[in-house]
Ligand binder design. Structure first.
Ligand code: FES
Length: 123
């Protein structure tokens, strides 16, 4: 039911883990299934220099988080904010319709992390 890309990112997740010196952190939960995604950012000169994630969730949620980190790394904050759940799902060559909601957490958690970063900068 999953594409090869989803399986690859689920089995070999990129940028997984915590980040001690993150300057932006965002956490989003899915009320329906109870799963959670946390995104850690290290922003320097308005660029996402490093990004890590921790996801307690299904294969689609883990793969979406992994793909999101690859899409956001090296981008400016403004470029990263354009990334949507839909774009993450498309990069994974699609998700089964009943699993589309699982892709929601990754981009949302990054948006919350960027908000957190901006707050910490006093913006
Ligand atoms: Fe919870 Fe997929 S079932 S994120």
């Amino acid at each position: 039911m999953y594409t090869e890309k989803v399986m690859d990112h689920f089995e070999n997740p990129r940028n997984v883990g915590e980040m001690a010196d993150a300057n932006g952190i965002g956490e989003v939960g899915n009320a329906t299934c109870g799963d959670i995604t946390k995104i850690y950012l290290k922003v320097e000169d308005n660029i996402i220099k490093d990004i890590k994630f921790k996801t307690f969730g299904c294969a689609a949620a883990v793969a979406s988080s992994s793909m999101l980190t690859e899409m956001a790394k090296g981008k400016t904050i403004e470029e990263a904010l354009i990334i949507t759940d839909q774009m993450v799902a498309e990069e994974l060559d699609g998700l089964p319709p009943q699993k589309m909601h699982c892709s929601n957490m990754a981009a949302q958690a990054m948006h919350v992390a960027i908000e957190d970063y901006r707050k910490k900068q006093g913006a």
